[in-house]
Design a protein around this ligand. Structure first.
Ligand code: BG6
Length: 482
């Protein structure tokens, strides 16, 4: 029997962004302040700043009406440049554009009865612009932000009440954009909720490690239920549309062939895949029962929660892929990339931010996930954050980015030949944007350079990098000409 040698004809090539990293316009047209906009930037490249909040720091941030300390408030002003930006995406041949809708643009406080029409109208305009170029929207419902009011009022997802508020938002957008959005994702990188605030909207900075884990896994349980309810809503409102889960996939390798290392790595990997296990298989896996018991964590469930999870699993599985890690039973030297901590792998190079680059790992993980779930997969983030130099003649020669992407795309092709069903690939940050973890502008991912520095100075002019023409060629040749 023959096997697929390359990308299928309907493969969805494109790029991915998030509202709070590109839109800007944080306080106009009725938008409410979000959790992403109260976290200060940092210059420490190996440190994640998005968990460093207290109720007092949030209140002070809300009272501060400038964007000086909070670059996510300005993004790259996609709010006013979306036509120009989408035109550039179309020029590269995008089949799909992944973006998120900011809950607080539509429900500024998160729990109003009526939506903010100006917020809905903005996404009407974005969707109309995409349609003009036949670019299919892939919309994330929650990408690392929620209305800050819900944090101050009920500690975000730690409260069960947030489920109803979120599902009022999801129902509103499913109805409004019915027939226009073929693909939806519920929570971006849901597993990073175990790191806290940016995903859960729950302040837990001064709690013990046990109490943090307790609050985070409880918040995540509420997100699982909300995700299943959103799936139910979408299937009713827009039966042709599909909805997926989204995991920050962190393949980990055993630090040695010593069985205790192999076992430790297996558990570490399970703890990463736990989230997709729940969302795709519709139930909590047994290994987590043991983990919860061993760590004194108790998940409070509503009477119907397990039935809802079982009845409404996701249609497809998406994940981001940036790095892999190494696990040893006796943890040695740690790599402090902002996405994960784990042992150093001597076979891999790392980015300036300490992320270990592993293209072959993408093939491994695609195969493992396909074997485990047998649901279509979608790589919805992958890319290289780097310091790009704009040359005097106005070019950015980012051959290192081309090299990174080429190697990863080659491995996706191998995985497809291995038999993996892969729906598409949206590289992260097709246009330079504000970094999630540090809020730097100078950590750039794009095919399109944006003239703005870390202080927010610059003309916001869009400039094509060398990788722009390269990706255009990749899409035109459907992944043949790399
Ligand atoms: C993922 C997020 O974690 O990685 C994105 O979903 C983020 O929001 C991306 O931007 C890259 O991370 P960073 O910190 O380099 O922006």
């Amino acid at each position: 029997k023959d096997y697929p040698k390359t990308f299928p004809d309907n493969f969805l090539w494109g790029g991915a962004t998030a509202a709070n990293q590109v839109e800007g316009a944080w306080n106009i047209d009725g938008k409410g302040v979000t959790t992403a906009e109260v976290v200060q930037k940092t210059t420490d490249r190996k440190h994640m700043s998005m968990g460093d909040v207290t109720t007092d720091s949030i209140k002070a941030a809300v009272a501060d009406t400038t964007d000086t300390l909070y670059p996510k408030r300005r993004g790259v002003d996609f709010y006013h440049h979306y036509q120009e930006d989408i035109k550039l995406f179309a020029e590269m041949g995008f089949k799909v554009y992944r973006f998120s809708m900011a809950w607080a643009r539509i429900f500024p406080k998160g729990d109003e009865a009526e939506p903010n029409e100006a917020g809905l109208a903005f996404y009407d305009r974005v969707l109309a612009e995409l349609k003009k170029y036949d670019i299919q929207p892939l919309v994330t419902l929650s990408h690392y932000e929620m209305p800050i009011n819900l944090t101050l009022k009920q500690n975000g997802w730690a409260s069960r009440d947030t489920i109803a508020a979120f599902n009022h938002f999801t129902e509103t957008v499913f109805k409004r954009y019915q027939g226009q959005v073929p693909y939806w994702l519920t929570f971006n990188e849901i597993n990073t909720g175990t790191w806290g605030f940016h995903e859960t909207g729950a302040v837990d900075t001064n709690l013990s490690q046990h109490d943090q884990l307790q609050i985070r896994y409880q918040a995540l349980h509420h997100q699982f239920v909300a995700s299943a309810i959103a799936t139910k809503q979408l299937h009713k409102i827009d039966p042709k549309a599909k909805i997926g889960s989204m995991l920050a996939r962190m393949q980990t390798y055993p630090g040695s062939p010593n069985p205790v290392d192999v076992q430790a790595a297996q558990l570490e990997d399970d703890k990463n895949l736990f989230f997709t296990d729940v969302q795709a298989r519709g139930e909590y896996p047994e290994y987590m029962n043991r983990y919860f018991a061993d760590n004194g964590i108790e998940i409070q469930m509503g009477a119907d929660d397990q039935a809802i999870l079982a009845k409404y699993p996701v249609d497809f599985i998406s994940f981001s892929y940036y790095m892999t890690t190494v696990t040893k039973a006796d943890a040695g030297e740690q790599v402090n990339g902002n996405m994960a901590t784990g042992g150093r792998n001597p076979y891999l190079e790392e980015s300036e931010w300490g992320w270990q680059i592993d293209p072959v790992g993408l093939r491994i993980t695609l195969n493992e996930m396909w074997d485990r779930y047998r649901k279509p997969l979608f790589v919805v983030e992958n890319g290289l954050g780097a310091v790009d130099k704009l040359t005097a003649d106005g070019h950015v020669h980012d051959d290192y980015r081309i090299d990174y992407l080429r190697k990863h795309i080659t491995q996706m092709k191998e995985a497809i030949a291995d038999g993996v069903q892969l729906m598409g690939y949206t590289m992260w940050g097709p246009i330079d944007l504000i970094s999630f973890s540090t809020s730097e502008m100078s950590k750039r991912y794009g095919f399109i350079y944006v003239d703005q520095d870390d202080a927010g100075e610059g003309s916001l002019k869009r400039i094509k990098k060398d990788s722009f023409a390269w990706y255009q060629k990749v899409i035109t040749s459907n992944g043949e000409d790399l």
